[in-house]
Ligand binder design. Structure first.
Ligand code: KIV
Ligand code: ZN
Length: 541
C-alpha cells in the first residue's frame, strides 16, 4: 500500500517529534514511550510519523520497527524512517519501516556550499551522484520515498532545482525542503518554494509529487515560514509537538494546525488533524521529555487562554470572541461544569475524566480516585488542571526499574536537612537509605542516588504550581545527564506532581533516573543499602 495521492485541498502533517524532536538536548525517550507517543500522534490525526533514525543505534531500529508494526496499520499513519544518503542507512531504514502498511524512507544530503565544503567534503557533482544512488536504492525497496536537500535555505537556488529534478527522476515521491538552520524569512521562503514548484521538471502541480517544508526556529520564524510554504503550494508540513527539536526547535504542529483551522478562508486548505487532541498530546510529550512548555507558548501554553487584564476579562465575560480567536475546547481544554471536591464520588470523577478525554476504569480508576481524595482533603476544589496533572503523574511515567515506596524529610532552620528514601526494585526487594543534604530536595536525591547507583548530574530543576493558592498542586520537571560517560551528550527528563513539592521533586527525579537507567542500562550495578535496612549518607560523601 502507498500513501494516498496528493490532494491540493489538504495539507498533510508529517510529525517528526520522535526523530528531530528527540534530537533536542534532553528529550531522550525510551522505546515504550516512543510507542505511546506514536499512538497518540495517530489519534491526533497526523498523516505521517517519522518514527526515528534506524541506523543511529539498534535501539532506534527496534523502536521504529515496533511503531511500524503496532501503529502503522492500514488505517493508521504512514510510518517513516530517516536515512543518510548512504546504502547501509537506507537498508537499515527499510528494515525499520517495512512492516508498516504504509512505509516511507526519508533520505537526505546537505546541498548548500557550506555543507558540501565543511561537512561532506563533496563537490556538487559528487553530491548529485550520491543522491542518484541513494534515491534509486530507496525506491527499489519502497514505493514511498522522501528526499531532503539539507540546508536548502542556504543552497544555490539553481542547484536546488537540479537536485530536486534528479531526486524525482530517481523515484522520490515527496520533496522536502528544509530550512535546516532557521535562516530564511517568510517572504523569501515562500518565493523559494513557489519557484521550486514552478521550475522543477517533473514535479509541478498534477505530477503526483508532494512538496514539503521543514523549518527550524532559530529566528522564531518557523511557523511563519511553514505557513508561507503552504501559501506557495507545499502540501506537507514537517512539525513537532510543542516545537521541540534541535537548538531553538522545529515548527510547532499545534501552531500550524490552529492557524489553518482558525483562518480557513485565508489558507483555503484542510488538514486531518483532530485539534481536540492537541492538549493531551502536548502534555504527553512534555511529561515524557521533561521539557516544560513555556507559559506564554501559543496554543498550548498555560496562559494561552488566560485573561488577566481587567478590560480583557470584562470583554471575555461579555463575549469570548472579544479576546479569543479560538476556543479552549477546540484544542482540547475544557471548562469545568462540575466542581469536584472532597465529597465527590468515584462516578463524578469518572464522568469528569471522561469529559477531559480519559476513559479510565477498574484499577486505574481506583488509583486515580485515591490520589484525588488525598488532593481533595488538602485542597477545597479540584480543578481540571489538577486532574490533568494527576493523570500525567500517575500514568505518564517511564518503565519503573526502581519505584518509590516512601520518602520522609526533615528540614528547617534547626538542623541538617535529612531524607530517608525507601525504594523497591523489579524483584520486589526494598532498600532504605538516609542522607543529609544542602536542602530537603538535595537530601532526598542523595538518598535515592545511594540506592540506585546511576551516577548523574542534575542539570535542570523547575517547580511551578498548577493553580493559584497555597494548597495548590506543585509540578516539578527535572533533567539529569549521565555522569562519567565520555562523549554521551544525552540527558533525561522527568515530571512529578503532588501537593507536597518535595514529594513532587522526588517523583520527577525518580522518573528521570528510571528513564536514564532504562535507556543506558547500568545492569551491573548493585544497589547500595540492604533490603529493609538503613544506610546513611552525609552531605560530604
Ligand atoms: O533540518 C533538517 O534539515 C533535517 C533533515 C534531515 C530533513 O532535519
Ligand atoms: Zn530538522
Amino acid at each position: 500500500m502507498v500513501t494516498p495521492p496528493v490532494d491540493e485541498n489538504v495539507v498533510r502533517f508529517f510529525d517528526t517529534t520522535l526523530r528531530d524532536g528527540e534530537q533536542s538536548p534532553g528529550a531522550t525517550l525510551s522505546s515504550a514511550e516512543k510507542l505511546e507517543i506514536a499512538r497518540q500522534l495517530a489519534r491526533l490525526g497526523v498523516d505521517i510519523i517519522e518514527a526515528g533514525f534506524p541506523a543511529a543505534s539498534p535501539d532506534d531500529l527496534a523502536a521504529v520497527q515496533r511503531i511500524a508494526r503496532e501503529v502503522g496499520t492500514a488505517d493508521g499513519p504512514v510510518i517513516c524512517g530517516l536515512a543518510r544518503a548512504v546504502e547501509s542507512d537506507i537498508r537499515t531504514c527499510w528494515e525499520g519501516v517495512k512492516d508498516a502498511a504504509k512505509p516511507r524512507i526519508h533520505t537526505f544530503l546537505g546541498t548548500s556550499d557550506i555543507h558540501l565544503k565543511y561537512q561532506t567534503g563533496m563537490t556538487r557533482e559528487q553530491a548529485l551522484a550520491a543522491i542518484r544512488k541513494a534515491v534509486t536504492l530507496a525506491r527499489s525497496l519502497c514505493d514511498d520515498v522522501e528526499f531532503s536537500p539539507m540546508d536548502a535555505g542556504r543552497t544555490d537556488p539553481a542547484f536546488l532545482v537540479e537536485v530536486c529534478a534528479l531526486a524525482v527522476e530517481c523515484g522520490a515521491t515527496t520533496l522536502n525542503i528544509p530550512d535546516t538552520v532557521g535562516y530564511c524569512t517568510p517572504q523569501e521562503w515562500g518565493d523559494l518554494i513557489a519557484n521550486l514548484i514552478a521550475e522543477t521538471p517533473g514535479a509541478g502541480p498534477g505530477s503526483g509529487v508532494a512538496w514539503s517544508v521543514h523549518c527550524h526556529n532559530d529566528l522564531g520564524l518557523a511557523t511563519a515560514n511553514t505557513l508561507a510554504g503552504v501559501m506557495a503550494g507545499a502540501r506537507q508540513v514537517e512539525v513537532t509537538i510543542n516545537g521541540i527539536g534541535e537548538r531553538a526547535g522545529n515548527t510547532s504542529l499545534e501552531e500550524v494546525a490552529m492557524a489553518i483551522a482558525t483562518r480557513p478562508q485565508f489558507f483555503n486548505v484542510r488538514t486531518n488533524i483532530n485539534t481536540r487532541e492537541i492538549m493531551k498530546t502536548s502534555r504527553l510529550v512534555s511529561n515524557y521529555t521533561g521539557m516544560a512548555v513555556q507559559p506564554n507558548k501559543a496554543v498550548v501554553g498555560a496562559n494561552a487562554f488566560a485573561h488577566e487584564a481587567g478590560i480583557h476579562q470584562d470583554g471575555v465575560l461579555k463575549n469570548s470572541s472579544t479576546y479569543e480567536i479560538m476556543t479552549p475546547e477546540s484544542v482540547g481544554l475544557h471548562q469545568s461544569r462540575l466542581v469536584l471536591g472532597k465529597h465527590s464520588g468515584r462516578h463524578a470523577l469518572k464522568a469528569r475524566l471522561k469529559e477531559l478525554g480519559y476513559n479510565i476504569e477498574g484499577d486505574a480508576l481506583n488509583q486515580v480516585f485515591a490520589r484525588f481524595k488525598d488532593l481533595a482533603d488538602a485542597k477545597k476544589t479540584v480543578t481540571d488542571a489538577d486532574l490533568e496533572a494527576l493523570i500525567a503523574d500517575e500514568f505518564n511515567r517511564p518503565e519503573e526499574i526502581f519505584s518509590l515506596v516512601d520518602i520522609q524529610v526533615t528540614c528547617g532552620t534547626m538542623g541538617m536537612p535529612t531524607a530517608t528514601a525507601k525504594l523497591r526494585n523489579a524483584n520486589g526487594e526494598e532498600f532504605v537509605y538516609a542522607a543529609v543534604g544542602a536542602g530537603p530536595v538535595d537530601a532526598a536525591y542523595k538518598a535515592i542516588d545511594a540506592i540506585i547507583q546511576a551516577p548523574n548530574t542534575l542539570i535542570e530543576y523547575s517547580v511551578h504550581s498548577v493553580t493559584e493558592g497555597i494548597d495548590a498542586l506543585g509540578e516539578v520537571t527535572v533533567r539529569v545527564a549521565p555522569a562519567g560517560r565520555e562523549g554521551d551528550k544525552r540527558s533525561f527528563g522527568g515530571y512529578g506532581a503532588d501537593s507536597d513539592i518535595v514529594v513532587a521533586s522526588v517523583k520527577a527525579y525518580m522518573a528521570a533516573v528510571n528513564r536514564m537507567v532504562a535507556v543506558l542500562g547500568y545492569g551491573d550495578r548493585q544497589p547500595e543499602g540492604e533490603a529493609a535496612t538503613v544506610g546513611v549518607k552525609s552531605a560530604g560523601d
